[in-house]
Ligand binder design. Structure first.
Ligand code: SF4
Length: 584
């Protein structure tokens, strides 16, 4: 049996706890050193001696994981970060002339895998103490696979890789100066003018990198990647911080990079976008923060459907207990939304040069309203006016309600998760803590959390307040596609049980479609004016929004998930002619 032990020493309280864990290991009791407390104070586990009895992970579940790998998993790892740390067993392979997507939960090794392809990480083949692996080892390891051909071409200089990292928010920490200076330095193809036009960067070229927004940073990072002379472009989460219109534009742009002699790899959590952008997909499965395996490549439709089913037939692997399902028909209009909990009438709000108008609308008890619209069009302002954080200049909010608000940007601090989520831990353990997997973060400081962890804490913090209306601003940011769908269920169940209501501002169309009963659509010109239309029934709201975007959606015949129709395809034309931009 192949067994791996993962130990997060940060999550072990003190030396006393470590010595106690060491003392209860049955292998140690026979005189062997399966669990050791090293001179530097770290607890380590010898994977060859461990019998997998399960005693130590029960004692410290957040810190220790013992995993019995499937019998057929006898392969040597591609990379291991250190003793008792994350292991990656295989890597995806790009296909020439195609966009290949990578789909998997957070912490499963997607970024590690693409960093190996981009030569940012030299794989050590599990020998974290030895020399870093060289190219010959790499070729030997992948002998007889498609990856061998890929690495041979990289070595021979035939493949040049350009890579956009995931965390674009870190760029200002390492790069100073104006956007144009950065892009000029990188421009190996003399394509700055064209790319700047295509990615709508002209207006910010003279801005300082430290001062541009997250969405602008994302587009600058994409421009910096494609300005390099390369024939393999790798994009790690290219749609973070972008609104739906920008996501569609970026998808078209990335697709347009493909020629007969180059390839693109994309990691993406927005399933509608991944489906739209990619031709093929690799699934990644395993156990978060412990180990990751890459599946064989599949056509994108089939790959996403397999991902939703949780079972890879060809490899006989079940990586999730349940199947993720979508409804065949648009959500049935609920008849019992009778009680209006808040309503607004001719609201106007001016913020600097920006004007917001909201004509007339209301929210009922026990409903979830999705909010769609471009960045910079006043969504957050509207939400803040409803929450009473900002006072409107004109108009009425006819009923004041108690509001709990999760802001778009998350603030970190040295507070402990358990202190921030006191009420959630005591009152909503089953409804919030357990499905959002927050138990194991309880003793962490907020400043130690990843983006996705901080997001889940912020959502739980919002939901634990006593309120009539919960406003969640971009709750899907930093979450993987599975966490987004789990979150939809958590919010739905919570709102129903509480008999409260929720407004959800988000840019992941599948998430908004999955969670919402009705829709508010924002229109206008970013940074100048925004107007609030709705709430509409789902079909009417989606039709209005998609018409503006110029895309149509159909349901997948097998899983009923929404898919974007190819522009000018038969279905696209038919749906546009009949005015049914949403489902037929
Ligand atoms: Fe020891 Fe392994 Fe059992 Fe832990 S799981 S107590 S390391 S034998």
């Amino acid at each position: 049996m192949t067994r791996i032990a993962i130990v997060d020493n940060e999550k072990l309280k003190d030396m006393q706890q470590k010595l106690h864990i060491q003392s209860i290991c049955p292998v140690n009791r026979t005189g062997k050193e399966c669990i050791r407390v090293e001179e530097n104070g770290k607890l380590t586990i010898d994977e060859h001696l461990c019998t997998g009895c399960g005693i130590c992970p029960r004692e410290a579940p957040a810190a220790i994981k013992i995993i019995n790998l499937p019998e057929e998993m006898k392969t040597k790892p591609v990379h291991r970060y250190g003793e008792n740390r994350f292991v990656l067993y295989s890597i995806p392979t790009p296909s020439i002339g195609r966009v290949t997507g990578i789909l998997g939960v957070n912490g499963i090794g997607k970024s590690t895998a693409i960093k190996i392809l981009a030569s940012v990480i030299n794989p050590n083949f599990g020998d974290w103490q030895g020399q870093q692996g060289d190219y010959w080892q790499l070729l030997e390891y992948f002998k007889g696979t498609e990856a061998q051909g890929f690495f041979e071409k990289v070595k021979g200089g035939e493949i040049k890789v350009a890579y956009k990292p995931q965390q674009v928010e870190l760029i200002p920490k390492t790069t100073k100066g104006k956007v144009i200076e950065l892009l000029r330095k990188i421009d190996e193809r003399n394509g700055l003018r064209n790319i700047s036009n295509e990615l709508q960067l002209n207006e910010i070229l003279n801005n300082d990198i430290a001062e541009i927004s997250g969405g602008e940073l994302q587009r600058v990072a994409i421009a910096a990647t494609v300005l390099k002379n390369a024939n393999l472009y790798i994009f790690d989460e290219p749609t973070g911080y972008l609104d739906i219109k920008q996501r569609i534009n970026i998808s078209k742009f990335i697709k347009s990079l493909i020629t007969e002699s180059n390839s693109v790899l994309v990691v993406e959590h927005d399933l509608i976008i991944l489906d739209y952008i990619a031709d093929l997909v690799h699934l990644m499965y395993g156990k978060e923060n412990c180990y990751g395996i890459v599946s064989g490549v599949k056509p994108v439709r089939n790959g996403i459907n397999v991902y939703l089913s949780g079972y890879i037939k060809e490899e006989n692997v079940r990586f999730r207990d349940s199947t993720i399902k979508f409804a065949e028909k648009p959500p049935v209009k609920k008849k019992h939304f009778k009680e209006v909990i808040t309503s607004w009438n001719d609201i106007e709000k001016k913020l600097g040069n920006f004007n917001l108008k909201a004509h007339k609308g209301s929210i009922h008890r026990n409903e979830i309203i999705g909010i769609l619209g471009e960045n910079g069009i006043g969504k957050t302002t509207f939400v803040k006016v409803l929450a009473g954080v900002l006072e409107q200049d004109k108009g009425d909010i006819t009923k004041k309600v108690k509001v709990s608000y999760k802001p778009q940007y998350l603030e970190s601090s040295d507070a402990l998760v358990i202190d921030i989520l006191k009420d959630a831990f005591s009152k909503y353990s089953n409804q919030i803590i357990s499905p959002l997997n927050l138990q194991q973060l309880s003793l962490n400081k907020l400043s130690e959390l990843s983006g996705g962890e901080l997001q889940r804490v912020a959502i739980a913090h919002c939901l634990q307040q006593d309120a009539d209306l919960y406003l969640l601003d971009e709750p899907s940011a930093y979450l993987d596609s599975e966490q987004r769908l789990i979150l939809s269920k958590v919010v739905r169940d919570f709102i129903e049980q509480k008999e409260a209501s929720a407004l959800i501002v988000d840019h992941d169309l599948l998430f908004v479609d999955y969670i919402s009963d009705r829709l508010i659509v924002f229109e206008g010109k970013p940074a100048i004016e925004g107007s609030v239309a709705g709430p509409f029934e789902m079909e009417d709201g989606m039709n209005k929004f998609l018409k503006e975007l110029g895309i149509t959606l159909r349901r997948d015949t097998e899983t009923y998930r929404p898919r974007v129709n190819k522009l000018d395809s038969r279905l696209d034309r038919e749906q546009k002619e009949s005015g049914k931009y949403y489902y037929v």
